[in-house]
Design a protein around this ligand. Structure first.
Ligand code: AHM
Ligand code: MG
Length: 328
């Protein structure tokens, strides 16, 4: 963060923090602030639903009805609705790219921003009460107001993100975001209904000893991934894999570690999605001093051809990622 800026103390509310840092943003700062507020608000609603997921029937299949005759929603679909609604009402986003919808959603409000979102990542962990997350990227729209949204707006590179973040619904709920001036983390205080600054200017340790990979698919990993895993074992590293990308990423960012989802026989381009999973976490990793690669180059330099495109993903502490991709 710039030296001239007054560092706000731990406990500062998200809203105040956003206002204090508005001038760091090169475009109309009030609009981005509003967007972040909309996302934060929707995340509080989603957090509320997640916390009662075991009590009400929102884990069941789509199409069933509850006693009130309402349609039952799967939590990931419900989360998609919450974020879409908040962003539509907020008015700053022109279109939404989501894991839950086949093509982009035109929010028909002529906003200046495009949002890519995974409303609920790690959703297989919902039913077993394990941490899950939301991941989002914010881009400037390229077409002018009044023009129809087109591929130029939608298929932007990670390097074109103006902000990105995630919400981790874990033992506490956290919102972590960057606008390209470092990374800051906020913990949700449920009795106040506020996110408060708890992790200012987050930095990823340059090196670490935690590796996160689904080793069940090891037979189909490339020789270089296999040999990196062997290196981790030879050096008594710790294996930790939650199966929720946000949670694995967050732990590795705080403690030092690497997350890998490589190409496998089942998923030759990896499993994770470039536009609403990998780009946001790559931006945050780089802003915190880490690295994100597809095994060949920077993830954020990949020019997307499809909004649901997948990519192999190596992200985490700089030295670990460099070794894993054979760069050093
Ligand atoms: P999802 O978007 O369907 O939830 O899938 C993404 C998740 C990541 O959160 C997680 O790291 C990965 O899939 C786990 O996949 P696997 O079970 O193949 O290891
Ligand atoms: Mg996902």
């Amino acid at each position: 963060m710039e030296a001239s800026r007054i560092a706000l103390p731990i406990g500062t509310a998200l809203d105040r923090f956003i206002k204090n840092n508005q001038d760091q943003f090169q475009y109309a700062s009030g609009e981005l602030s509003q967007l972040l507020r909309d996302i934060a608000l929707a995340s509080k609603v989603v957090n509320r639903e997640i916390n009662k997921a075991g009590l009400i029937d929102i884990m069941g299949a789509m199409g069933s009805q509850n006693t009130a005759g309402d349609q039952q929603q799967k939590l990931d679909v419900l989360a998609n609705i919450r974020f879409t609604r908040a962003l539509t009402k907020g008015g700053e986003a022109a279109a939404l790219i989501s894991e839950e919808t086949e093509s982009f959603v035109d929010l028909t409000n002529d906003g200046k921003y495009i949002i890519a979102i995974d409303p609920l990542d790690g959703s297989s962990n919902i039913d077993v009460n394990v941490s899950i997350g939301t991941i989002f990227s914010i881009y400037r729209r390229k077409t002018k107001e009044g023009e129809p949204i087109n591929d130029e707006d939608i298929l932007q590179m990670g390097d074109e993100q103006v902000a990105a973040g995630y919400i981790l619904y874990g033992s506490s709920t956290m919102l972590v975001y960057t606008t390209g001036h470092g990374v800051n983390g906020f913990t949700y205080e449920p009795t106040l209904g506020e996110y408060v600054l708890s992790h200012p200017d987050m930095k990823m340790p340059e090196n670490g000893k935690i590796y996160s990979i689904n080793e069940g698919s090891a037979n189909s990993f490339s020789e270089s991934v296999k040999s990196y895993i062997q290196y981790c074992k030879d050096n008594n590293y710790t294996a930790r894999y939650i199966g929720s990308l946000v949670a694995d990423f967050h732990r590795n960012m705080l403690k030092g570690g690497i997350y890998i989802y490589p190409a496998t026989a089942k998923d030759p381009n990896g499993k994770l999605r470039l536009m609403y999973e990998c780009n946001a976490l790559s931006f945050i990793a780089e802003q915190a001093g880490g690295i994100a690669s597809d095994g060949k180059g920077r993830v954020m330099e990949i020019k997307p051809k499809d909004l649901h495109q997948r990519t192999p993903f190596y992200v985490g502490s700089k030295k670990m990622v460099e070794r894993a991709i054979g760069a050093k």
